[in-house]
Design a protein around this ligand. Structure first.
Ligand code: PLP
Length: 430
């Protein structure tokens, strides 16, 4: 059945002409997207609960976003925002300064992809603090360029053969309470993972006065949709403040309304020094941003730039996307998130292989295990479930060692969630 005849031809060419480093999630070729659905070249229709890796925040080809793109494409395609100003560039900068946590007195740097925003944050943190070292987390994903890859500690395949990486990065354990690296339980652990940073890391390998910044995903995305427990970020920020270390929130996956707040870090009482944004910001158009306090983003003219960063068409798409998020979709993510998590919990009760269900808004993960009591990871079973869902007309994506992510477009409605739950349940049964 899959791939269909037309897809088969194109997949053959894919093997011949495209980089084999690409990972093909499904044996199909997508031709068209509309709202919550995508269609392949052979006419198969899929309910999309992956949203192109959380990018299609307003659904596929939202008419208002498309209209803005068409309008701007007819007016000005490119002029280079690092040298020329155009209205949408500065209007989007102002909007991002306004909607990110903290006072509005911020500045914005635009890139094209998530990893480019992370690179900018790495450069700015070293530049602003005159310190060299950086801290990131195990299981994290920050991108695939040399800087982003050096912070990333998700899968060895993303690093193998590419050494030496950018020096000066120390990795620490993420608060992954379902599989605590210290074998402790929240809250009686009293955040032993943070004490470990101060008592062990800062005393042995990483002098804190040399650390420029800590990079953290407020909810780990590629690493498995992992949510830190309440109080974690407040304690972490206290430690960073003690040593004047910058807090960089990588909101590339968790930001732009996905978790039921505009930024995931707003679920906790912490104001980051810098925020990186991409994915959902422009409904799938390529644009990213680094937002920092104005006093921090104070580098000299010419210190950093990007030819295509903040392209006029992508900026217009972002402005309309933010308008739609503010009007309704952030709230919808919150409401529909509760509904979807509730449904997944009910399914989890029926199957010993659904070990954990966790999420905020529409950033939801299900961890697949051999058995709930042992929590033994079941990556092959996870892949099989995703494949079954695909064959039954539902697109889901894997993350972490053995988790499945539910990250639909934020326009999702109850009927589509019911359909998703029905297919997921039936596929688990199969
Ligand atoms: N940071 C996070 C949290 C991500 O999830 C991703 C991509 O998945 C990136 C950075 C890298 O973004 P990009 O693939 O656009 O470079």
């Amino acid at each position: 059945m899959f791939p269909g005849e037309k897809a088969k031809e194109l997949l053959k060419k894919d093997k011949q002409y495209l980089s084999p480093s690409y990972f093909r999630e499904y044996p199909t070729v997508i031709e068209k997207g509309e709202g919550m659905y995508v269609f392949d070249v052979d006419g198969n229709k899929f309910l999309d609960f992956g949203a192109g890796y959380a990018c299609c925040s307003t659904g596929h080809s939202h008419p208002e976003v498309v209209r803005a793109i068409e309008r701007q494409a007819k007016t000005l395609l490119h002029i280079d925002g690092s040298a020329f100003l155009y209205p949408s560039l500065v209007n989007l900068g102002e909007k991002l300064a306004e909607i990110t946590p903290g006072a509005k007195n911020k500045r914005v740097f635009f890139g094209n992809s998530g990893t480019e925003a992370v690179e900018a944050a790495m450069k700015l943190s070293r530049y602003a603090t005159k310190r060299q070292r950086l801290i990131a987390f195990y299981n994290s994903f920050h991108g695939r360029t040399y800087g982003g890859m050096s912070l990333t500690a998700s899968k060895w395949i993303q690093r193998k053969g590419f050494a030496p990486l950018v020096p000066g990065v120390t990795h620490i354990p993420y608060p992954y309470c379902y599989r605590c690296q210290f074998n402790l339980k929240y809250p009686s652990c009293n955040f032993a993972c943070i004490d470990y940073v101060e008592d062990v890391i800062f005393h042995t390998t990483t002098p804190p006065e040399e650390v420029a910044a800590l990079f953290v995903e407020p909810i780990q995305g590629e690493g498995g949709y992992i949510i830190p427990p309440d109080g974690y970020f407040e304690r972490l920020k206290k430690l960073l403040d003690k040593y004047n270390i910058l807090f960089v929130a990588d909101e590339i996956q968790s930001g732009m309304g996905r978790t039921g707040k505009m930024f995931a870090i707003e679920h906790w009482n912490v104001i980051p020094d810098m925020i990186t944004i991409a994915k959902g910001i422009a409904s799938g158009m390529p644009i990213s941003a680094l937002v920092a306090r104005a006093s921090l983003m104070d580098w000299e003219t010419g210190a950093h730039a990007s030819t295509f960063g903040g392209n006029p068409v992508a900026c217009e798409a972002a402005l309309v996307t933010i308008k739609l998020l503010e009007e309704k979709l952030v709230e919808n993510a919150k409401k529909m998130g509760y509904y979807l998590i509730g449904g997944l919990h009910k399914i989890a009760e029926k199957y010993p292989t659904v070990g954990d269900v966790r999420g905020k808004g529409l950033m939801i993960g299900c961890e697949i295990v051999k058995d709930k009591s042992t929590k033994e990871k079941a990556p092959k079973l996870r892949d099989k479930i995703i494949r079954k869902c695909f064959e039954n007309g539902l697109l889901l994506l894997g993350c972490g060692a053995c988790s499945i992510r539910f990250s639909p477009p934020l326009v999702v409605e109850k009927t589509e969630i019911d359909k998703c739950l029905e297919i997921f349940d039936a596929s688990l049964k199969e």
